[in-house]
Design a protein around this ligand. Structure first.
Ligand code: NDP
Length: 286
């Protein structure tokens, strides 16, 4: 029977550490600040942004929210980002995705200063991650690695299987574990014989978006199972990509949904904002 890894608990401990860092920065006259830009009235986006603002307040990060209607033009949004790039009191910038169809997401991401790219989606951040340099790492992958490390689960030499190859989860999480000297296999919708591969995983990361797709028969005895998926069932409740009841019998550690990867994701956004404030401060005094 697996140990259930509470992302809530790990996140709470991590946020205490961040609070202390924020206080130190404030003593040096720096008030870490995050600007979130929200376009349109997508209820899920509004709810995510609310969660991010609340988390900022909890650790003492200033959170600026800019809300614009989805009639905003691409050029107006780019100008808004320029203003935030040039504002010295702002350390991190996040544009909540998805954006309305008439706006080119990649263009918007590329406009954010790589110094303020707390989501870690800018191609410069992605390139730095790939080449093993210090950078802003996307929040969900960073949160996943932290969850595994804090259980003192050995990563080096282990086989990590990632299901999903998105730019925000699958690809960056694969890079992070590769850097930790794991052997990494990435699976996706065209992968053949998925079960044969997942049964080799010492660490299995499911980031697909299909409720209960992976049951216990896909899991090697003793594996560390990380469920990234967030799927809403007809009854309104949230569930992961892993069939928890059968997986818990095979795994040695498992993350629940909700309360697993989710709280870690927001916490890493806070961590990246603190890192941005520290970095910009260091560059200014050096
Ligand atoms: P995407 O839809 O961008 O990617 C899903 C991936 O799953 C794709 O690479 C796709 O393959 C793959 N896939 C789809 N069907 C199968 C299949 N049958 N077998 C194997 N692979 C398959 O999703 P995201 O990466 O953005 O998100 C994944 C899940 O994680 C979602 O449920 C999302 O809500 C959740 N999420 C949770 C976060 C959190 O903080 N807890 C943060 C971010 C995401 P292909 O590339 O071939 O299409």
């Amino acid at each position: 029977m697996a140990e259930i890894v509470s992302g809530k608990q790990v996140a709470a401990a991590y946020r205490e550490e961040l609070k202390a860092k924020v206080l130190t920065l404030k003593d040096e006259g720096i008030k870490p600040a995050l600007t979130v830009i929200l376009i349109g009235d997508n209820p899920a986006s509004h709810s995510y942004v609310k969660g991010k603002q609340k988390a900022c307040q909890e650790v003492g990060i200033v959170s600026n929210l800019i809300v614009k209607s989805d009639s905003i033009t691409e050029e107006e949004l780019l100008q808004l980002i320029d203003e935030q790039n040039n504002d010295e009191s702002v350390h991190g910038i996040l544009v909540q995705l998805p954006l309305p169809k008439h706006i080119n997401e990649l263009k918007v991401i590329e406009r954010i200063s790589p110094y303020k790219d707390v989501d870690g989606f800018h191609p410069i951040s992605v390139g730095r991650l790939l080449t093993g340099q210090d950078t802003f790492v996307p929040c969900t992958p960073q949160g996943i690695l932290e969850l595994v490390k804090r259980q003192s689960f050995e990563i080096s030499g282990k086989h990590v299987v990632v299901i999903g190859r998105s730019n925000i989860v699958g690809k960056p999480v694969s890079q992070l574990f590769l850097q930790q000297h794991a052997t990494v296999t990435i699976c996706h919708s065209r992968t053949k014989n998925l079960k044969e591969i997942t049964l080799q995983a010492d660490i299995l990361i499911a980031a697909v978006g299909k409720a209960h797709m992976i049951d216990g028969s896909y899991i090697k005895q003793g594996a560390f199972v990380i469920d990234v998926g967030v799927n809403r069932l007809n009854n309104g409740s949230l569930t992961g990509d892993i069939d928890f009841d059968s997986a818990v019998e095979k795994a040695s550690y498992i993350t629940p949904v909700p309360g697993g990867v989710g709280p870690m994701t927001i916490t890493m956004l806070l961590a990246n904002t603190v890192k941005a404030a520290e970095t910009l401060h260091t560059e200014k005094i050096s």
